[in-house]
Ligand binder design. Structure first.
Ligand SMILES: CC(C)(COP(=O)(O)OP(=O)(O)OC[C@H]1O[C@@H](n2cnc3c(N)ncnc32)[C@H](O)[C@@H]1OP(=O)(O)O)[C@@H](O)C(=O)NCCC(=O)NCCS
Length: 155
Protein backbone atom coordinates (compact mmCIF):
# COMPACT_ATOMS: atom_id res chain seq x y z
CA UNK A 1 0.00 0.00 0.00
CA UNK A 2 1.28 3.46 -0.83
CA UNK A 3 0.07 6.44 1.18
CA UNK A 4 -0.31 9.82 -0.48
CA UNK A 5 -2.22 13.03 -0.15
CA UNK A 6 -5.79 12.87 -1.42
CA UNK A 7 -6.03 13.93 -5.07
CA UNK A 8 -8.94 14.07 -7.54
CA UNK A 9 -7.65 10.95 -9.29
CA UNK A 10 -8.24 8.74 -6.23
CA UNK A 11 -11.30 6.50 -6.59
CA UNK A 12 -13.46 7.33 -3.57
CA UNK A 13 -16.79 6.12 -4.94
CA UNK A 14 -16.61 2.49 -3.81
CA UNK A 15 -15.06 3.02 -0.37
CA UNK A 16 -17.17 1.55 2.48
CA UNK A 17 -15.91 1.37 6.05
CA UNK A 18 -19.23 0.68 7.77
CA UNK A 19 -19.68 4.10 9.33
CA UNK A 20 -21.89 6.02 6.87
CA UNK A 21 -20.69 9.44 8.04
CA UNK A 22 -17.05 8.41 7.44
CA UNK A 23 -17.90 7.16 3.92
CA UNK A 24 -19.90 10.27 3.11
CA UNK A 25 -17.15 12.54 4.39
CA UNK A 26 -14.57 10.77 2.24
CA UNK A 27 -16.76 10.90 -0.88
CA UNK A 28 -18.24 14.35 -0.57
CA UNK A 29 -16.29 16.54 1.82
CA UNK A 30 -12.67 15.45 2.15
CA UNK A 31 -11.56 16.96 -1.15
CA UNK A 32 -13.05 20.35 -0.29
CA UNK A 33 -11.58 20.33 3.21
CA UNK A 34 -8.15 19.47 1.81
CA UNK A 35 -8.40 22.19 -0.86
CA UNK A 36 -9.24 24.77 1.80
CA UNK A 37 -6.51 23.48 4.15
CA UNK A 38 -9.16 22.62 6.74
CA UNK A 39 -7.85 19.07 6.88
CA UNK A 40 -4.89 17.05 5.67
CA UNK A 41 -6.30 13.94 4.03
CA UNK A 42 -4.13 10.95 3.11
CA UNK A 43 -5.16 7.87 1.19
CA UNK A 44 -3.86 4.31 1.25
CA UNK A 45 -3.95 2.85 -2.24
CA UNK A 46 -3.04 -0.58 -3.55
CA UNK A 47 -1.02 -1.05 -6.75
CA UNK A 48 -4.31 -1.88 -8.47
CA UNK A 49 -5.59 1.64 -7.75
CA UNK A 50 -8.03 0.40 -5.10
CA UNK A 51 -8.31 2.82 -2.18
CA UNK A 52 -8.28 0.69 0.99
CA UNK A 53 -8.11 3.36 3.65
CA UNK A 54 -7.79 7.01 4.50
CA UNK A 55 -7.15 9.34 7.36
CA UNK A 56 -7.91 13.02 7.97
CA UNK A 57 -6.00 15.29 10.32
CA UNK A 58 -6.62 18.79 11.56
CA UNK A 59 -4.90 20.96 14.11
CA UNK A 60 -6.02 21.34 17.69
CA UNK A 61 -4.90 22.59 21.03
CA UNK A 62 -5.18 20.70 24.24
CA UNK A 63 -5.10 22.05 27.78
CA UNK A 64 -2.28 20.72 29.88
CA UNK A 65 -4.55 19.89 32.84
CA UNK A 66 -6.60 17.65 30.55
CA UNK A 67 -3.51 15.57 29.86
CA UNK A 68 -2.22 15.73 33.42
CA UNK A 69 -5.57 14.40 34.59
CA UNK A 70 -4.60 11.14 32.93
CA UNK A 71 -1.31 10.86 34.77
CA UNK A 72 0.88 12.14 31.93
CA UNK A 73 3.99 13.96 33.03
CA UNK A 74 4.22 16.70 30.42
CA UNK A 75 6.05 19.80 31.54
CA UNK A 76 5.33 23.11 29.85
CA UNK A 77 5.23 26.82 30.64
CA UNK A 78 2.11 27.08 28.50
CA UNK A 79 -1.35 25.93 29.58
CA UNK A 80 -2.35 24.98 26.01
CA UNK A 81 -0.26 22.69 23.84
CA UNK A 82 -0.29 22.14 20.11
CA UNK A 83 -1.97 18.88 19.21
CA UNK A 84 -3.24 17.19 16.09
CA UNK A 85 -6.74 15.82 15.71
CA UNK A 86 -7.24 12.53 13.96
CA UNK A 87 -10.73 13.33 12.75
CA UNK A 88 -11.07 10.08 10.84
CA UNK A 89 -9.13 6.92 10.09
CA UNK A 90 -10.92 4.16 8.25
CA UNK A 91 -10.26 1.00 6.26
CA UNK A 92 -12.62 -0.45 3.66
CA UNK A 93 -14.65 -3.36 5.11
CA UNK A 94 -13.38 -5.71 2.41
CA UNK A 95 -9.78 -5.10 3.48
CA UNK A 96 -10.03 -5.26 7.27
CA UNK A 97 -7.68 -7.21 9.47
CA UNK A 98 -4.77 -7.00 7.06
CA UNK A 99 -2.79 -4.39 8.97
CA UNK A 100 -3.73 -1.40 6.83
CA UNK A 101 -5.06 0.67 9.74
CA UNK A 102 -1.86 0.01 11.66
CA UNK A 103 0.21 1.18 8.70
CA UNK A 104 -1.96 4.31 8.28
CA UNK A 105 -1.64 5.16 11.98
CA UNK A 106 2.13 4.74 11.93
CA UNK A 107 2.18 7.08 8.92
CA UNK A 108 0.16 9.66 10.90
CA UNK A 109 2.63 9.54 13.78
CA UNK A 110 5.70 9.66 11.52
CA UNK A 111 4.36 12.67 9.61
CA UNK A 112 3.50 14.58 12.78
CA UNK A 113 6.84 13.82 14.41
CA UNK A 114 8.63 15.00 11.26
CA UNK A 115 6.70 18.27 11.07
CA UNK A 116 8.45 21.39 12.41
CA UNK A 117 5.63 22.08 14.88
CA UNK A 118 5.85 18.58 16.40
CA UNK A 119 2.44 18.38 18.12
CA UNK A 120 2.56 17.05 21.65
CA UNK A 121 -0.45 14.78 21.32
CA UNK A 122 -2.76 13.13 18.84
CA UNK A 123 -6.44 13.47 19.74
CA UNK A 124 -9.22 11.23 18.42
CA UNK A 125 -12.99 11.17 18.85
CA UNK A 126 -14.20 7.73 19.90
CA UNK A 127 -17.10 6.88 17.58
CA UNK A 128 -18.07 3.50 19.02
CA UNK A 129 -16.80 0.62 21.14
CA UNK A 130 -14.90 -1.01 18.25
CA UNK A 131 -13.09 2.28 17.62
CA UNK A 132 -12.35 2.55 21.35
CA UNK A 133 -10.75 -0.89 21.37
CA UNK A 134 -8.75 -0.12 18.25
CA UNK A 135 -7.52 3.18 19.69
CA UNK A 136 -6.67 1.67 23.10
CA UNK A 137 -4.80 -1.12 21.37
CA UNK A 138 -2.85 1.60 19.53
CA UNK A 139 -1.83 3.33 22.76
CA UNK A 140 -4.56 5.96 23.12
CA UNK A 141 -6.16 6.70 26.47
CA UNK A 142 -9.41 8.50 27.21
CA UNK A 143 -9.51 11.96 28.74
CA UNK A 144 -10.64 11.47 32.31
CA UNK A 145 -13.57 13.89 31.96
CA UNK A 146 -14.40 13.16 28.29
CA UNK A 147 -14.73 9.42 27.74
CA UNK A 148 -15.46 9.86 24.04
CA UNK A 149 -12.18 11.66 23.35
CA UNK A 150 -8.86 9.90 23.51
CA UNK A 151 -5.27 11.01 23.16
CA UNK A 152 -1.85 9.59 22.61
CA UNK A 153 1.29 11.53 23.54
CA UNK A 154 3.62 12.02 20.60
CA UNK A 155 6.83 13.13 22.32
C1 LIG B 1 -10.84 0.46 13.25
C2 LIG B 1 -10.36 0.07 11.83
C3 LIG B 1 -9.66 1.29 11.22
C4 LIG B 1 -9.37 -1.11 11.94
O1 LIG B 1 -8.95 -1.45 10.63
P1 LIG B 1 -8.15 -2.84 10.32
O2 LIG B 1 -7.58 -2.71 8.95
O3 LIG B 1 -9.04 -3.98 10.57
O4 LIG B 1 -7.00 -2.83 11.42
P2 LIG B 1 -5.55 -3.52 11.29
O5 LIG B 1 -5.70 -4.86 10.62
O6 LIG B 1 -4.59 -2.57 10.65
O7 LIG B 1 -5.17 -3.71 12.79
C5 LIG B 1 -4.17 -2.90 13.40
C6 LIG B 1 -4.07 -3.32 14.85
O8 LIG B 1 -5.27 -2.92 15.51
C7 LIG B 1 -5.88 -4.07 16.09
N1 LIG B 1 -7.32 -3.89 15.95
C8 LIG B 1 -8.03 -3.69 14.81
N2 LIG B 1 -9.34 -3.55 15.09
C9 LIG B 1 -9.44 -3.69 16.43
C10 LIG B 1 -10.54 -3.65 17.35
N3 LIG B 1 -11.80 -3.44 16.95
N4 LIG B 1 -10.26 -3.85 18.66
C11 LIG B 1 -9.00 -4.04 19.10
N5 LIG B 1 -7.92 -4.09 18.28
C12 LIG B 1 -8.14 -3.89 16.97
C13 LIG B 1 -5.36 -5.25 15.30
O9 LIG B 1 -5.40 -6.43 16.07
C14 LIG B 1 -3.94 -4.83 15.02
O10 LIG B 1 -3.12 -5.07 16.13
P3 LIG B 1 -1.55 -5.44 15.98
O11 LIG B 1 -0.91 -4.26 15.25
O12 LIG B 1 -1.07 -5.58 17.38
O13 LIG B 1 -1.52 -6.68 15.16
C15 LIG B 1 -11.55 -0.37 10.94
O14 LIG B 1 -12.28 -1.35 11.61
C16 LIG B 1 -12.48 0.77 10.53
O15 LIG B 1 -12.27 1.41 9.50
N6 LIG B 1 -13.54 1.05 11.34
C17 LIG B 1 -14.47 2.13 11.02
C18 LIG B 1 -13.84 3.51 11.30
C19 LIG B 1 -13.35 3.64 12.73
O16 LIG B 1 -14.00 3.24 13.69
N7 LIG B 1 -12.15 4.25 12.93
C20 LIG B 1 -11.57 4.38 14.27
C21 LIG B 1 -10.55 5.43 14.44
S1 LIG B 1 -11.13 7.09 14.06
Amino acid sequence: MKIEQLAPAHDRGTFRCGIPSFDKYFRAQAGRDAAKSLAAVFVGELASGKVVGYYALSSATVLLPDLLGNGQRLVSRYPALIAARLTRLAVDKRHRGQGYAGVLLRDVVARLQASPLKPMALIAEVQNEAARHFLEHAGFQSFSDQPNRAFRALQ
